[in-house]
Design a binder for this molecule. Structure first.
Ligand code: SF4
Length: 306
């Protein structure tokens, strides 16, 4: 931890993340109550799945199925890297290295380390896509990520080891003997059990749907550890701002409701019981169906003309 004082943005972020004096950790009964409520609602869906064929629920699955079902099905069956998506992956790896490095280095060095590690990783991941880029596109990618990592260093408070920071923290909960699996990977978790703060780091600006994503993370953490996190937050590298929400019975109940609705949609689409619906929105910008989708073209063309 550097002794250098925090700058105004770091101080603002620190104040948002700070534990309030009147904070009270959740009781173990809360996790039981939430789990019972969730299992009651999920039971009719869970009976269609088994340990060997589970319903797998992730942040990505929930956000895409609640967004545009056609996009969800298209991206479920095939995934194509883009400069925008790989930019976030490299930025997260570089920030992971930055947080865990004892000797401070420059943002460009963290990014070079991240690129080297990703390119050396297993085939079939982002490594193939980065390797396929022209030297000019690779330089452009590096430049964009250096900008994001510099913004992170300039705006996120230095993490003290006593805050127990963990990057890329996985959590998994199995229900109905493994027939339903909920899985998360948080970008950054800080704090002690019962007072954890779960933080998503985004390369984009903050969007309303990010709170929904983090409520799902809180739900999984509550069921896994039997203690609710204290706070969830989205930190935008683009705008260098943070959006936080206290975790409460109310936010967990909203998460349960959205999860059950999403599980029903995932089940219907898995079973091919009906054609997926289409809903245009910002997802159209990176949707693989955009070129042939009327709804998507209307949205994209209208947006450009606006
Ligand atoms: S282009 Fe937009 S509306 Fe069409 S399938 Fe993709 S996300 Fe849905």
């Amino acid at each position: 931890m550097s002794d250098a004082p925090h700058n105004p943005i770091q101080t603002m972020v620190l104040n948002v993340l700070a534990k309030r004096g009147d904070f009270v950790p959740s009781s173990p009964e809360l996790a039981t109550e939430v789990e019972e409520h969730l299992c009651d609602a999920l039971s009719p869906i869970a009976e269609h799945y088994s340990t060997s064929n589970p319903l797998w629920i992730t942040k990505h699955a929930l956000s895409t199925v609640h967004g545009c079902e056609a996009h969800h099905v298209a991206s479920r069956d095939s995934f194509a890297w883009t400069i925008a998506s790989v930019r976030g992956t490299v930025a997260h790896k570089a920030i992971e290295i930055l947080i865990n490095t004892r000797t401070p280095r420059s943002p460009g060095e963290y990014v070079d380390d991240a690129l080297d590690r990703i390119v050396a990783s297993e085939r079939g991941t982002a490594s193939d896509f980065i390797a396929s880029l022209s030297p000019a596109d690779q330089a452009d990618l590096r430049s964009q990520v250096v900008d994001l990592v510099t913004k992170y260093e300039d705006s996120f408070p230095k993490l003290e080891m006593r805050w127990r920071p963990v990057v890329e923290s996985n959590a998994k909960v199995e229900l109905f003997g493994g027939a339903v699996v909920m899985s998360t990977r948080a970008d950054l978790v800080i704090g002690a059990p019962g007072s954890k703060v779960i933080i998503d780091i985004k390369s984009s600006r903050i969007m309303a749907s990010y709170r929904e994503d983090l409520r799902f993370y809180s739900l999984v953490e509550t069921l896994r550890s039997r203690q609710s996190p204290r706070l969830t937050a989205t930190f935008s590298l683009e705008t260098q701002r943070i959006d936080a929400e206290d975790v409460s019975l109310s936010t967990l109940s909203v998460a349960v409701h959205r999860l059950v609705q999403g599980a029903q949609l995932l089940h219907e689409l898995d079973q091919e019981k009906r054609a997926p619906s289409r809903r245009s929105g910002s997802t159209c910008y990176w949707c693989p169906l955009a070129a042939t989708c009327n709804e998507g073209q209307e949205f994209l063309t209208g947006d450009r003309d606006a």
